[in-house]
Design a protein around this ligand. Structure first.
Ligand code: FPP
Length: 249
Protein backbone atom coordinates (compact mmCIF):
# COMPACT_ATOMS: atom_id res chain seq x y z
CA UNK A 1 0.00 0.00 0.00
CA UNK A 2 1.39 3.38 -0.99
CA UNK A 3 1.95 5.94 1.74
CA UNK A 4 -0.24 8.25 -0.34
CA UNK A 5 -3.31 6.21 0.58
CA UNK A 6 -2.41 6.42 4.27
CA UNK A 7 -2.26 10.24 4.31
CA UNK A 8 -4.81 12.35 6.13
CA UNK A 9 -5.61 14.85 3.38
CA UNK A 10 -6.99 17.30 5.93
CA UNK A 11 -3.56 17.56 7.59
CA UNK A 12 -1.17 18.11 4.72
CA UNK A 13 1.65 20.46 5.85
CA UNK A 14 1.14 23.83 4.22
CA UNK A 15 4.88 24.53 4.03
CA UNK A 16 7.61 21.93 3.39
CA UNK A 17 11.27 22.98 3.31
CA UNK A 18 13.90 20.65 1.86
CA UNK A 19 17.69 20.36 2.08
CA UNK A 20 18.41 18.50 -1.16
CA UNK A 21 21.62 16.69 -0.24
CA UNK A 22 23.46 13.77 -1.80
CA UNK A 23 23.69 14.64 -5.50
CA UNK A 24 27.48 14.27 -5.52
CA UNK A 25 27.51 10.95 -3.68
CA UNK A 26 24.71 9.60 -5.87
CA UNK A 27 26.81 10.39 -8.96
CA UNK A 28 30.04 9.07 -7.45
CA UNK A 29 28.40 5.75 -6.57
CA UNK A 30 27.47 5.37 -10.22
CA UNK A 31 30.87 6.45 -11.54
CA UNK A 32 29.39 9.69 -12.94
CA UNK A 33 30.52 13.31 -12.60
CA UNK A 34 29.10 15.44 -9.76
CA UNK A 35 27.32 17.59 -12.38
CA UNK A 36 25.39 14.52 -13.53
CA UNK A 37 24.21 14.17 -9.94
CA UNK A 38 22.94 17.74 -9.92
CA UNK A 39 21.30 17.16 -13.29
CA UNK A 40 19.42 14.18 -11.90
CA UNK A 41 18.63 16.33 -8.86
CA UNK A 42 16.75 18.75 -11.09
CA UNK A 43 14.52 15.88 -12.25
CA UNK A 44 13.72 15.25 -8.58
CA UNK A 45 12.91 18.95 -8.09
CA UNK A 46 10.43 18.64 -10.94
CA UNK A 47 8.81 15.46 -9.63
CA UNK A 48 8.60 16.59 -6.00
CA UNK A 49 7.16 19.97 -6.94
CA UNK A 50 4.43 18.24 -8.96
CA UNK A 51 3.70 15.71 -6.21
CA UNK A 52 3.56 18.40 -3.50
CA UNK A 53 1.39 20.60 -5.66
CA UNK A 54 -1.06 17.75 -6.30
CA UNK A 55 -1.36 17.17 -2.53
CA UNK A 56 -2.25 20.83 -1.94
CA UNK A 57 1.02 21.90 -0.27
CA UNK A 58 1.13 25.70 -0.43
CA UNK A 59 4.89 26.40 -0.09
CA UNK A 60 7.88 24.26 -1.03
CA UNK A 61 11.23 25.82 -0.14
CA UNK A 62 14.28 24.20 -1.73
CA UNK A 63 17.88 24.82 -0.65
CA UNK A 64 19.56 24.95 -4.06
CA UNK A 65 22.73 26.90 -3.31
CA UNK A 66 24.08 28.12 0.02
CA UNK A 67 26.29 31.13 0.70
CA UNK A 68 29.03 28.59 1.47
CA UNK A 69 28.56 26.81 -1.90
CA UNK A 70 30.33 29.78 -3.57
CA UNK A 71 33.53 28.09 -2.30
CA UNK A 72 33.02 25.01 -4.51
CA UNK A 73 35.16 24.63 -7.66
CA UNK A 74 34.15 27.28 -10.22
CA UNK A 75 33.23 24.56 -12.75
CA UNK A 76 30.68 23.09 -10.32
CA UNK A 77 29.26 26.53 -9.48
CA UNK A 78 28.86 27.26 -13.21
CA UNK A 79 27.25 23.89 -13.85
CA UNK A 80 24.75 24.46 -11.02
CA UNK A 81 23.84 27.94 -12.27
CA UNK A 82 23.29 26.59 -15.79
CA UNK A 83 21.08 23.80 -14.46
CA UNK A 84 19.01 26.16 -12.35
CA UNK A 85 18.51 28.47 -15.33
CA UNK A 86 17.50 25.57 -17.57
CA UNK A 87 15.02 24.43 -14.94
CA UNK A 88 13.47 27.92 -14.75
CA UNK A 89 12.88 27.89 -18.49
CA UNK A 90 11.00 24.59 -18.43
CA UNK A 91 7.23 24.57 -18.32
CA UNK A 92 6.81 23.24 -14.78
CA UNK A 93 5.48 26.55 -13.53
CA UNK A 94 2.71 27.42 -15.98
CA UNK A 95 1.68 23.77 -16.46
CA UNK A 96 1.15 23.28 -12.71
CA UNK A 97 -0.02 26.81 -11.79
CA UNK A 98 3.15 27.11 -9.67
CA UNK A 99 4.49 30.47 -8.57
CA UNK A 100 8.26 30.99 -8.25
CA UNK A 101 9.88 33.08 -5.53
CA UNK A 102 13.51 33.41 -4.48
CA UNK A 103 15.25 33.94 -1.16
CA UNK A 104 18.95 34.69 -0.75
CA UNK A 105 21.66 37.15 -1.65
CA UNK A 106 20.51 37.40 -5.26
CA UNK A 107 22.80 40.38 -5.96
CA UNK A 108 25.83 38.06 -5.76
CA UNK A 109 24.58 36.10 -8.77
CA UNK A 110 25.80 36.95 -12.28
CA UNK A 111 23.56 39.51 -14.06
CA UNK A 112 22.24 37.05 -16.64
CA UNK A 113 21.16 34.67 -13.85
CA UNK A 114 19.43 37.49 -11.97
CA UNK A 115 17.58 38.52 -15.13
CA UNK A 116 16.27 35.02 -15.90
CA UNK A 117 15.16 34.61 -12.29
CA UNK A 118 13.37 37.96 -12.21
CA UNK A 119 11.63 37.19 -15.52
CA UNK A 120 10.39 33.85 -14.18
CA UNK A 121 9.26 35.38 -10.87
CA UNK A 122 7.28 38.03 -12.78
CA UNK A 123 5.92 35.57 -15.32
CA UNK A 124 4.50 33.29 -12.61
CA UNK A 125 3.38 36.00 -10.16
CA UNK A 126 -0.32 35.43 -10.86
CA UNK A 127 -0.20 31.64 -10.47
CA UNK A 128 -2.36 30.60 -7.54
CA UNK A 129 -1.18 27.04 -6.80
CA UNK A 130 1.94 26.00 -4.91
CA UNK A 131 4.68 28.58 -4.38
CA UNK A 132 8.09 27.08 -5.07
CA UNK A 133 10.71 29.06 -3.17
CA UNK A 134 14.29 28.53 -4.31
CA UNK A 135 16.93 29.41 -1.71
CA UNK A 136 19.83 30.60 -3.82
CA UNK A 137 23.03 32.10 -2.41
CA UNK A 138 21.17 31.77 0.88
CA UNK A 139 22.17 31.17 4.47
CA UNK A 140 20.30 31.91 7.66
CA UNK A 141 23.16 33.79 9.27
CA UNK A 142 23.45 36.03 6.19
CA UNK A 143 19.69 36.66 6.30
CA UNK A 144 19.63 37.39 10.05
CA UNK A 145 22.68 39.66 9.85
CA UNK A 146 21.05 41.62 7.04
CA UNK A 147 17.79 41.91 9.00
CA UNK A 148 19.70 43.24 12.03
CA UNK A 149 21.55 45.77 9.87
CA UNK A 150 18.30 46.94 8.26
CA UNK A 151 16.63 47.30 11.67
CA UNK A 152 19.63 49.24 13.01
CA UNK A 153 19.39 51.63 10.04
CA UNK A 154 15.68 52.14 10.70
CA UNK A 155 16.36 52.83 14.37
CA UNK A 156 19.05 55.33 13.35
CA UNK A 157 16.70 57.16 11.00
CA UNK A 158 13.91 57.19 13.58
CA UNK A 159 11.62 54.90 11.54
CA UNK A 160 11.79 52.13 14.16
CA UNK A 161 11.48 52.43 17.92
CA UNK A 162 13.82 49.88 19.63
CA UNK A 163 11.24 49.43 22.40
CA UNK A 164 8.73 48.14 19.86
CA UNK A 165 10.99 45.41 18.40
CA UNK A 166 9.49 41.97 18.93
CA UNK A 167 9.51 38.59 17.13
CA UNK A 168 7.08 39.91 14.52
CA UNK A 169 9.44 42.82 13.71
CA UNK A 170 12.31 40.40 13.12
CA UNK A 171 10.14 38.06 11.02
CA UNK A 172 9.08 41.01 8.87
CA UNK A 173 12.71 41.93 8.17
CA UNK A 174 13.61 38.48 6.85
CA UNK A 175 13.70 37.44 3.18
CA UNK A 176 10.99 34.92 4.01
CA UNK A 177 8.50 37.54 5.26
CA UNK A 178 5.94 36.52 2.61
CA UNK A 179 5.57 32.91 3.77
CA UNK A 180 4.54 30.98 6.89
CA UNK A 181 7.16 29.01 8.85
CA UNK A 182 7.85 25.49 7.55
CA UNK A 183 5.73 22.78 9.16
CA UNK A 184 8.12 20.08 8.00
CA UNK A 185 11.84 20.22 7.18
CA UNK A 186 13.19 17.28 5.16
CA UNK A 187 16.89 16.57 4.66
CA UNK A 188 18.00 13.87 2.24
CA UNK A 189 21.48 12.34 2.01
CA UNK A 190 21.86 11.02 5.55
CA UNK A 191 23.46 13.99 7.35
CA UNK A 192 21.79 15.02 10.61
CA UNK A 193 22.18 18.80 10.56
CA UNK A 194 20.41 21.96 9.41
CA UNK A 195 23.39 23.62 7.66
CA UNK A 196 22.49 27.28 8.16
CA UNK A 197 19.01 26.87 6.64
CA UNK A 198 15.92 28.75 7.89
CA UNK A 199 17.17 28.72 11.50
CA UNK A 200 14.68 31.32 12.75
CA UNK A 201 11.81 29.93 10.72
CA UNK A 202 12.29 26.27 11.76
CA UNK A 203 11.98 26.98 15.49
CA UNK A 204 8.95 24.67 15.69
CA UNK A 205 9.21 22.69 12.44
CA UNK A 206 9.15 18.92 12.53
CA UNK A 207 12.45 17.50 11.27
CA UNK A 208 12.69 14.48 8.98
CA UNK A 209 16.02 12.96 7.92
CA UNK A 210 16.38 10.24 5.32
CA UNK A 211 19.51 8.46 4.06
CA UNK A 212 18.16 8.54 0.48
CA UNK A 213 20.23 10.68 -1.87
CA UNK A 214 18.25 13.54 -3.42
CA UNK A 215 18.24 12.02 -6.96
CA UNK A 216 16.64 8.87 -5.49
CA UNK A 217 14.00 10.78 -3.49
CA UNK A 218 10.65 10.36 -5.26
CA UNK A 219 6.94 11.04 -4.76
CA UNK A 220 6.59 7.96 -2.55
CA UNK A 221 9.49 9.21 -0.38
CA UNK A 222 7.64 12.50 0.02
CA UNK A 223 4.38 10.75 1.01
CA UNK A 224 6.34 8.70 3.56
CA UNK A 225 7.85 11.87 5.08
CA UNK A 226 4.42 13.50 5.30
CA UNK A 227 2.95 10.33 6.82
CA UNK A 228 5.70 10.38 9.45
CA UNK A 229 4.93 14.06 10.14
CA UNK A 230 1.25 13.25 10.58
CA UNK A 231 2.06 10.71 13.33
CA UNK A 232 3.65 13.42 15.48
CA UNK A 233 2.09 15.75 17.99
CA UNK A 234 3.08 19.38 17.52
CA UNK A 235 3.06 21.08 20.90
CA UNK A 236 4.70 24.49 20.31
CA UNK A 237 5.95 24.45 23.91
CA UNK A 238 2.60 23.47 25.43
CA UNK A 239 1.76 20.20 27.17
CA UNK A 240 0.26 17.29 25.23
CA UNK A 241 -2.92 17.59 27.27
CA UNK A 242 -3.34 21.29 26.42
CA UNK A 243 -2.90 20.56 22.72
CA UNK A 244 -5.45 17.74 22.74
CA UNK A 245 -8.01 19.85 24.62
CA UNK A 246 -7.57 22.64 22.06
CA UNK A 247 -8.03 20.18 19.19
CA UNK A 248 -11.23 18.79 20.72
CA UNK A 249 -12.62 22.29 21.32
C1 FPP B 1 23.74 19.04 -2.38
O1 FPP B 1 24.36 17.90 -2.91
C2 FPP B 1 23.06 19.73 -3.42
C3 FPP B 1 23.39 20.97 -3.88
C4 FPP B 1 24.50 21.77 -3.34
C5 FPP B 1 22.67 21.58 -4.99
C6 FPP B 1 21.23 21.25 -5.13
C7 FPP B 1 20.81 21.64 -6.47
C8 FPP B 1 19.97 20.97 -7.27
C9 FPP B 1 19.24 19.77 -6.89
C10 FPP B 1 19.76 21.42 -8.67
C11 FPP B 1 19.07 22.70 -8.92
C12 FPP B 1 17.95 23.11 -8.10
C13 FPP B 1 16.81 23.68 -8.56
C14 FPP B 1 15.86 24.28 -7.59
C15 FPP B 1 16.45 23.73 -9.97
P1 FPP B 1 25.93 17.74 -2.75
O2 FPP B 1 26.56 18.14 -4.05
O3 FPP B 1 26.41 18.48 -1.56
O4 FPP B 1 26.01 16.20 -2.56
P2 FPP B 1 27.10 15.40 -1.71
O5 FPP B 1 26.90 15.77 -0.26
O6 FPP B 1 26.72 13.99 -1.99
O7 FPP B 1 28.42 15.79 -2.25
Amino acid sequence: MSYKEKLDLQRIPQHIAIIMDGNGRWAQAKGLSRSMGHQQGVETVYNITEAASNLGVKYLTLYAFSTENWNRPQSEVDALMTLILTHLKENLYMKNNVRLRLIGDIERLPDYVQKTINDCVEHTAKNTGLTQVIALSYSSRWELTKAMKDMAEEVKSGALNPESIDEKTVTEHLNTRFMPDPDLLIRTGGELRISNYLLWQCAYSELYFTPEYWPDFNAESLYKAIYDYQQRERRFGKTGEQVRTEQEG
